[in-house]
Design a protein around this ligand. Structure first.
Ligand code: SF4
Length: 474
């Protein structure tokens, strides 16, 4: 897998999302729960806006001095017995990890959830080298068995219900139990325990690396990351180059923001910090530790107007607030990074060619910007993407160009504007029912196919205004 998921067109993906009523119900329910949890957890802190400002300052300072902190991090990791590899591309990262697997003659790799390994397609690369790869996060494990991509950053299997999960377990693992979530989870635990014991290599992502100490921290709820990092003798952590904070104090702030903004928790069940290799008097931990720091397009964003997109702490609060995501679901974005941050980040990392539609998957209501705990101006980035797509990349279709030119001409010709606003209500009457246009003609078709459009008002604003002026003259 890489950033791009599947080959379907944007329109087809949207249609799939809109026609999946189960997914839409699951997503809107989860969005509601996450959102109220986030608001409650933020309220408990008392000064949420101050925390957001602090979070923004930390992320912005780190990005401004990224070279310094990455250097400090790599020195600290090496001082503690680890090896650091800077991978410019996904291929370089995969080749390095394949090489380690080859040297260790690894047969089985267990993983703890990591977006960046999805981004670089690590599982496929390791499988090509003859390794069995097992995702150990419950949601990721279910998706792996079902050969399905994730649809959300923090709850990847949000789009599946317990009946579907039971079905997957039955088909792929010969499960014979019920669809009781407790029984399903117990079964997964039993299966994964064996994988942890057999694994030669553990692979994790990295929520944040702490530059001053060389520690890799993981924020999880299931404890699987601890099994991945304590049982296998070889451990590889893969991080996007921006997932770093300067100090432990900074970590405290960003983790507080992350857990609250993600699912409304004060803390997650586990916050794991891994620092280097196993010491002589320690009973567990890796003998061999590698940190792979992935660029894969990130350095191109540094120093540009989009730099703040790299501040993202992957909490998914923007996704949980997004009205578009609510209706179309994560798979519609065609990227492993869905929602507003996905629509901003994906074209930056993977180009406009395959992702030019994503910046339009937004109402620009700015709910995402308001929800973001590190104040990334997501809707402004989306507008800027649209400008670039039209003006620099010249990717708009002829029909759209003509329409926009027509609109500009009409809107700047007072007589045409006046006449059409006068005629609008009468002209649209055949399509109007109870003050809504249900199946509109021409350019309205796309909109009204999915939702109703309010009919033009009985009274035009300019008529209302004129009358009001006349009244006040008397
Ligand atoms: S953009 Fe902001 S709200 Fe969205 S995932 Fe990143 S940090 Fe969270």
């Amino acid at each position: 897998m890489s950033i791009k998921i599947g080959q379907k067109s944007y329109g087809d993906r949207i249609q799939d999302g809109l026609s999946n009523s189960f997914m839409r119900k699951a997503v809107s329910g989860a969005q509601g729960r996450f959102r109220s949890g986030r608001l409650k957890a933020a309220e408990e802190l008392g000064d949420w806006e101050d925390w957001r400002t602090l979070g923004e300052e930390i992320r912005s300072h780190t990005m401004e001095n990224l070279d310094y902190y990455l250097h400090q991090l790599s020195e600290q990791v090496e001082n503690r017995g680890g090896t650091v590899f800077f991978a410019k591309t996904a291929e370089e990262a995969n080749e390095y990890i394949q090489e380690i697997a080859k040297k260790k003659q690894a047969k089985k790799v267990v993983k703890s959830k990591s977006m960046v390994t999805e981004e670089i397609g690590l599982n496929k690369a390791l499988e090509k080298s003859g390794c069995e790869v097992v995702e150990s996060d419950l949601g990721e494990w279910i998706l792996q068995l079902d050969e399905d991509p994730p649809s959300h950053i923090v709850t990847p299997a949000l789009h599946k219900n317990k009946e579907q999960i039971r079905e997957t377990f039955m088909k792929k693992k010969g499960y014979t139990g019920s669809d009781d979530p407790v029984e399903l989870a117990a079964y997964a635990r039993e299966q994964l325990r064996q994988d942890f014991l057999e694994a030669d290599i553990g692979v994790t992502g990295c929520n944040f690396a702490v530059a001053e100490s060389g520690a890799i921290t993981l924020v999880t709820n299931e404890g699987n990351a601890r099994m991945v990092t304590s049982l296998p003798d070889t451990q590889i952590s893969v991080m996007g180059m921006e997932r770093i904070v300067p100090t432990w104090e900074d970590l405290e702030v960003v983790v507080s923001l992350l857990t609250r903004a993600a699912v409304g928790q004060k803390l997650t069940s586990y916050i794991t910090a891994l620092t280097g290799t196993r010491l002589e008097d320690e009973v567990d931990g890796p003998e061999d530790f590698h940190l792979v720091i992935v660029d894969n397009g990130r350095s191109k964003i540094l120093g540009t107007e989009f730099q703040s997109a790299l501040h993202c702490i992957r909490c998914a609060a923007c996704i949980n607030a997004c009205p578009v995501y609510r209706h179309v679901g994560g798979h519609s974005y065609g990227s492993i990074y869905p929602g507003p941050i996905g629509a901003v980040l994906t074209p930056l990392l993977d180009g406009y060619e395959d992702h030019k539609d994503l910046p339009y998957a937004s109402t620009l209501c700015a709910a995402c910007t308001e929800a973001c705990p590190v104040k990334i101006p997501l809707h402004e980035h989306l507008i800027r993407h649209r400008e670039i797509i039209v003006e620099r990349e010249k990717m708009t279709t002829k029909a759209e160009k003509m329409m926009m030119m027509g609109f500009a001409k009409w809107a700047s010709t007072p007589a045409a504007y006046k006449l059409s606003t006068k005629m609008a209500r009468t002209t649209l009457k055949p399509w109007t029912k109870d003050e809504y246009i249900e199946k509109g003609p021409g350019p309205m078709k796309g909109w009204t196919e999915q939702r109703d459009f309010p009919a033009p008002s009985k009274e035009r604003f300019r008529d209302w205004y004129r009358q009001r002026e006349q009244r006040s003259d008397h």
